[in-house]
Design a protein around this ligand. Structure first.
Ligand SMILES: *[C@@H]1O[C@H](CO)[C@@H](O)[C@H](O)[C@H]1NC(C)=O
Ligand SMILES: *[C@@H]1O[C@H](CO)[C@@H](O)[C@H](O)[C@H]1NC(C)=O
Ligand SMILES: *[C@@H]1O[C@H](CO)[C@@H](O)[C@H](O)[C@H]1NC(C)=O
Length: 440
């Protein structure tokens, strides 16, 4: 939470091409030289005065005065020397600290480089093959700017080497382990993308080909078309019943196509719910392709498809086969977490929609990066439909309104409203907004 400036100070430092350690060193050298200069001035000025005492041996009182004065000066000088000693001690201890810091920084740097090298070299078997690096044939490096190909792998994979090794343990060309939950958890922990594997996912025993389009859009697929190993429900019927039972699940009523899904986004209510047709009408036919972030069972994409708009739906399988369900409806499902950079070119999509997923559970900095990424992939004039963004009342004005303003969207519509069930006593709010990427 905070202003843009709070997010970028590190970057600014580096932009000036000066590491913090280096500027610290400069300050210290300055300090040391200032001290030396003081020392020189003190000692020279004092000694000059001592050099020419006007001693007249015949005048004993004058001699005493002179002696007295000399004594005083000597005492003063001693005090000065003590002061200088103090300063030098301080300088020395600062210098020691700096030396330690510099040494640590150097060790850290070396450690990071060595760590990556060591990590890659340590790998064996399939993991090593999947991660590379792999030498490119001569003459094929112009697009890459390097002679080696490093297949992509999420940074946090290195933190979970044991799990990663387990993930990469299988018979090459054989069947992959049934590890959907395990591997998705690895993804969510930041090992995204996962490395590629050379094995086949387990095929369901009774796969039934999907219904033809457009019937497929609103048909529940055959239970036997997927394997249910990873889920507590073992059929689509169970998922529908689950919606009616107690308990909280992710996207609880998503699989019940005859229930709430049938009416979602059909009509706006002038408040938090917007209707798809009123949104599309604002752009008079120029909305053709887009993305639904965390699109549940794909109903947003289905409705858009009926209006000739192609929507890619990202989803995770949280105790339900969301991806298979979306795909069976004839829609494009993409396995992507909200932390992942969106795999689209700059300025290409007409619309990005997100309901419930982008909310206050996402750490502020991650959210801000995600919003900038949405801005990036939208074309000028493209729409970001933020649907039921959840947060607490005081966070709304303190954190999120300024954040949305920073991204640079133009507000076309904006509705904040209290969450009606438990929300009233807990001051929980929803925000729905229709934001436009400026034309210039
Ligand atoms: C020596 O100087 C101090 C002040 O600096 C003075 O009080 C004292 O009387 C002087 N003594 C003599 C012997 O002049
Ligand atoms: C979708 O496109 C088809 C083929 O171009 C057209 O016949 C149909 O009317 C369009 N539907 C809508 C809702 O625009
Ligand atoms: C946020 O600020 C606006 C304008 O100042 C105000 O009308 C609104 O009540 C505030 N919202 C919340 C949830 O505090």
């Amino acid at each position: 939470m905070g202003s843009r400036d709070e997010y970028y100070p590190r970057k600014m430092n580096h932009a000036h091409g000066q590491s913090p350690a280096r500027s610290k060193l400069k300050i210290l050298l300055l300090l040391v030289s200032t001290n030396l200069l003081t020392f020189y001035l003190y000692s020279s000025s004092s000694s000059l005065k001592w050099m020419a005492p006007a001693v007249h041996l015949w005048d004993s009182s004058a001699l005493l005065r002179e002696l007295n004065a000399t004594q005083r000066k000597l005492a003063e000088s001693q005090a000065q020397v003590a002061l200088l000693n103090d300063r030098l001690a301080t300088t020395n201890s600062l210098l020691e600290t700096l030396a330690t810091d510099l040494g640590q920084a150097r060790r850290d740097e070396a450690g990071a480089e060595q760590g990556l090298e060591a990590w890659t070299q340590e790998l064996t078997g399939e993991l090593k093959l999947a991660v590379g690096p792999h030498k490119l044939p001569l003459g094929y490096n112009s697009n890459l700017g390097t002679g080696e190909l490093y297949p992509t792998l999420g940074t946090a994979c290195r933190r979970y080497q044991e799990e990663l090794t387990q993930y990469m343990t299988y018979e090459v060309g054989g069947e992959c382990p049934s590890d959907e939950v395990f591997s998705q958890r690895l993804m969510l922990k930041g090992c995204e993308p996962l490395p590629r594997r050379r094995c086949h996912p387990k095929s369901p025993a009774g796969y039934v080909e999907p219904r033809p389009f457009p019937e497929s859009l609103w048909a529940t697929p055959a239970d036997t078309s997927i394997t249910w190993d990873a889920y507590s429900c073992k059929s689509y019927g169970c998922l529908v019943d689950r919606a009616k039972a107690k308990g909280s699940y992710d996207c609880k009523d998503c699989f019940d196509l005859g229930g709430r899904e049938k009416h979602r986004w059909l009509r706006g209510n002038g408040r938090l719910d917007y209707g798809i047709d009123e949104v599309l009408a604002m752009k008079r036919g120029s909305v053709r392709i887009g993305l639904d972030i965390g699109g549940g069972s794909g109903t947003f994409a289905a409705r858009m498809r009926e209006r000739n708009v192609t929507i890619v739906t990202t989803s995770m399988n949280f105790d339900g086969p969301f991806n298979s369900f979306i795909a069976a409806r004839g829609l494009v499902a993409m396995h992507l977490s909200v932390a992942h950079r969106m795999p689209f070119f700059d300025s290409t999509l007409d619309i990005v929609h997100s309901m419930h997923v982008l909310s206050s559970w996402v750490p502020d900095v991650v959210l801000e990066f995600a919003l900038f990424d949405i801005y990036r992939v939208l074309r000028p004039g493209g729409l970001f439909w933020l649907d039921h963004f959840f947060c607490l009342g005081d966070q709304l004005n303190a954190t999120y309104v300024p954040m949305f303003q920073r991204i640079g969207f133009r507000k076309l519509r904006w509705h904040a409203g209290r969450k009606l069930d438990r929300g009233l006593e807990k001051n929980e709010w929803y925000l729905s907004a229709l934001l436009e990427k400026p034309m210039t």
